[in-house]
Design a protein around this ligand. Structure first.
Ligand SMILES: [Zn+2]
Length: 240
């Protein structure tokens, strides 16, 4: 194989890894953001629960307050019973006492329903708090793993960029310029393996051209896609 082509293949592999690492560095912070979003959702569920509990507790306190007022009224009626002059007044007072007694009964039922709801909400809240704790711990662990990967990827990226720079320095500027142009045009694939067809664009390669590629004495481009052609009889994986 032509020595310049060897270097270009190495450069292309390096640049593929650099692109991959750069992509990871862009993607990883999004993973962290998604985890935090999930945690935020659980937290707002808990907030919602707390508000609902507050509301129900306030309702219950209000009912209890009302009952107290009605009980005071009933005891006032009772104390008036001994002072009434007529049977009608007596009956009217008893009627009021019954009426308010029934109201208290209904309100006490409401309080019971209320307390059951509170109880259920408290149990749910306990479960949610446990879930939040577990999720927080998991997010903390995953975040650390992601941050470690980012750190490693940055180091790898620096190293690969250094290697690519050193390699570019060994390639003649006009060859590198052509490589850069084709690479940009062909989505990072400036080289293609030559068989009967160019493995980059699948257009047939003339036998004389293929002969030149196999001889490896000169730099040969595909007539169709302009990629650098290389001969690799052992390659089992196509150039990507
Ligand atoms: Zn081609």
């Amino acid at each position: 194989m032509h020595p310049v082509i060897e270097k270009l293949i190495e450069l292309q592999e390096l640049e593929t890894r650099i692109r991959h690492a750069t992509g990871r560095l862009e993607q990883l912070p999004r993973q962290i953001a998604a985890m935090e979003e999930q945690l935020g959702a659980t937290r707002s569920l808990l907030d919602h629960q707390a508000a609902e509990l507050d509301r129900i507790a306030a309702e219950r306190r209000q009912l209890e307050g009302e009952i107290q007022i009605i009980e005071e009224r009933i005891s006032k009626y009772r104390s008036q019973l001994s002072d009434v002059k007529t049977n009608e007044q007596y009956k009217a007072l008893l009627h009021e006492i019954d009426f308010h007694g029934e109201r208290i009964g209904k309100m006490e039922d409401e309080i019971l329903v209320n307390m059951e709801k509170e109880e259920g909400l408290r149990e749910e809240r306990l479960l949610l708090e446990q879930r939040l704790q577990q999720e927080s711990a998991q997010v903390a662990r995953e975040k650390q793993a992601v941050q470690e990967e980012m750190e490693e990827t940055r180091i790898e990226l620096d190293r690969r960029q250094g290697e690519a720079g050193a390699l570019i320095a060994l390639i003649a500027p006009e060859v590198y310029g052509t490589y850069r142009k084709i690479s940009t045009l062909r989505k990072g694939v400036a080289l293609a393996r030559a068989k009967e067809n160019c493995q980059g664009c699948h257009v047939r390669i003339r036998p004389s051209v293929l002969g030149q590629v196999m001889a490896g004495k000169q730099i040969v481009h595909c007539d169709s896609c302009d990629r650098f052609l290389y001969w690799d009889p052992d390659a089992s994986i196509e150039s990507k």
